[in-house]
Design a protein around this ligand. Structure first.
Ligand code: GDP
Length: 364
């Protein structure tokens, strides 16, 4: 799962990205990798892993992770090739969700491409660029299938109708989330990787002095009002502060946070929100060797979840032994949970729940 960090230049994208990928606390004791300078794998902190550690006392604990990509090059006119233009667009099409960094901090030394701080204008610029880029894709495709659609070839009719509907929504600046489409049409549209259809959150990048009371920053309050009308979540952070604390020890971090009147780093919230935005859930495998968190997509059934570990597990799936996290915690040990009848044997149709502890049985 990939999350793209976008925003206009000099809003704090790279600072946030570096904080996310360099944070020692997030990476503590866990494998961590930076794939390339603009792609980083970030562990998803999950307090339940600490609890499972106490129960199973495993040799190691492996959290689940998501990938963040620092995507530069979005400027006014990007869809027309300004800035990094096409390069930017090809990167952003690959992501599953978008974190849009919105600059709410003022700093005379750091110029804003548009000459002033104005989050709502920035949002608008980006929205327009994303929509123009989508229109471009649609307008290139429509002439290619128009003839086939007129000849009533089924697949082409489906695609053509779907594209026309999306085009209209984009032109009317309607929420693509509210698209009235059949399952088949939606599937078809998914292939186009349209940017306006990707789930998004706003990261309000605040000055360190605003952290204690973000509402005192009128850029931030306006951003919240706007986001509420769009149904988009806003996560306040100071990218600069996050970056500075990323390299401190845990104790130093706590002191640092306290000095800003904070109890937790904003990064965890960015990661958690991204995870939720993607509709991601976690199941666990647990034993004396290893306790591990696995990411699955809400709604997946047991065999598919088994397939995340290994394709053989899915192919040969027989049953899954399952304990709900809360049941295990209440029983205190897997043995006690079993005695209480809390260990269920689930079949192929079982829809896995967030927090389930799973043992898969399969044929090879
Ligand atoms: P990008 O172009 O969006 O990736 O922006 P950068 O992350 O490179 O940040 C541009 C400049 O703004 C850098 O000099 C950062 O140190 C600075 N910056 C980023 N976040 C903050 C912040 O919260 N407060 C202040 N004062 N400066 C910041």
């Amino acid at each position: 799962m990939k999350v793209g960090i976008v925003g206009l230049p000099n809003v704090g994208k790279s600072t946030l990205f570096n904080a996310l990928t360099k944070s020692k606390v997030l990476a503590a004791n866990y494998p961590f990798a930076t794939i390339d300078p603009n792609v980083g794998v970030v562990n998803v902190n999950d307090l339940r892993l600490d609890v499972l550690f106490e129960i199973y006392k495993p040799e190691r604990v492996i959290p689940t992770s998501i990938e963040f990509i620092d995507i530069a090059g979005l400027v006014q006119g990007a869809s027309k090739g300004e800035g990094l233009g096409n390069q930017f667009l090809s990167h952003i099409r690959e992501v599953d969700a978008i974190c849009q960094v919105v600059r709410c901090f003022e700093d005379g030394n750091i110029t804003h491409v548009e000459g002033s701080i104005d989050p709502l204008r920035d949002l608008e610029i980006i929205k327009i660029e994303l929509r123009l880029a989508d229109l471009d894709v649609i307008d290139k495709r429509i002439p290619k299938i128009e003839k086939k659609a007129k000849a009533k070839i089924k697949e082409a009719v489906l695609e053509y109708d779907a594209l026309i509907k999306v085009r209209k929504m984009i032109e009317e600046e309607k929420h693509l989330k509210d698209l009235d489409m059949s399952e088949d049409e939606l599937k078809m549209i998914k292939n186009f990787n349209l940017l306006s259809l990707k789930p998004m959150i706003y990261i309000a990048n605040l000055a360190d002095t605003d952290l204690e009371n973000p509402e005192s920053n009128h850029f931030y309050t306006r951003l919240i009002e706007k986001a509420n009308t769009e149904g988009i979540q806003v996560v306040p952070v100071s990218a600069q502060v996050e970056y500075e604390i990323a390299n401190l020890t845990k104790e130093e971090q706590l002191d640092f946070l306290e000095a800003y009147g904070l109890t937790a780093s904003g990064l965890d919230e960015v990661i958690r929100s991204s995870y939720a935005l993607l509709g991601l859930k976690t199941y666990f495998t647990a034993g004396v060797k290893e306790v591990r968190a696995w990411t699955f997509i809400d709604g997946m059934k047991a065999p598919q979840c088994a397939g995340i570990i290994h394709t053989d597990f899915e192919r040969g799936f027989i049953k899954a032994e399952t304990i709900a996290y809360d049941d295990l915690v209440e029983a205190k040990t897997p043995q006690a949970a079993k005695e209480k009848g809390k260990v269920r044997l689930e079949g192929k149709e079982y829809v896995v729940k967030d927090g389930d502890i799973m043992v898969f049985r399969f044929n090879v």
